[in-house]
Design a protein. Structure first.
Length: 87
């Protein structure tokens, strides 16, 4: 199984953008099944000072796509207060 990392959201906020260690890029539809899976098994950030690859625009797109502020905070590694600024 190959590991992928989150790059962000597509400009239309309809796809999650992923990349592998060899430079390959992937696009995954942001559908109901994916949203549901993310809500039930949220990844934990590695640490409070871990840099995030999500921009404020990507955070806003996740919120518009139906993610809660708490989910976005866990996915991005941001504090909940910081996510609320971009809701």
């Amino acid at each position: 199984m190959q590991d992928l990392r989150l790059v962000g959201l597509s400009e239309d906020s309809e796809h999650v953008l992923l990349a592998d260690d060899q430079g390959g890029r992937y696009r995954l539809p942001l559908d109901h099944a994916l949203r549901s899976a993310v809500r039930h098994e949220r990844p934990r950030p590695a640490g409070d000072d871990t840099p995030t690859s999500l921009s404020p625009r990507e955070v806003q797109a996740l919120i518009r796509a139906g993610a809660s502020a708490e989910e976005v905070a866990e996915l991005s590694g941001w504090t909940l207060e910081k996510v609320h600024k971009y809701e």
